[in-house]
Design a protein. Sequence first.
Length: 150
Amino acid sequence: MLSHEEYMNIALGEAALALKQGNSPVGAVVVKDGTVIAKGHNLAISEMDITAHAETVAIKNSGKLSLEGCTIYTTYEPCLMCAGAIVFAGISVVVMGGNYNPNWGQYGDYTVNKAFQLVDRPGIQVLRGVLVEECEAITWAWRAEQSRKH
């Protein structure tokens, strides 16, 4: 079985693919019993599909309706839509690299933990900060590039 860091590195590889395709660089990996069963990266811009976030893509790529007992590794904190998909898929553990920065302000005081509590799923384990510097670096570099373009 790989370490949290090794799985997150796979997710970072997915984030790099997203970036290469012109999308926000977020990657996700679904793991069951130590085996990667699905990968995904943000496709929202390239596919013109606002629901094609890394987590939802990875969940879809698993080909399963239930991911009970699975862990999802994601390079950034899942948004509310992705938190809902995680709940409905039955994922047990969420491991995040980059953490949501409340100073940036896109989601107010949102956290994935609060989302899970709202739908009475506070038992989903959330582990934060795995390769946080690497995950945030790719995201902040992309945001800086977007700022220069606009």
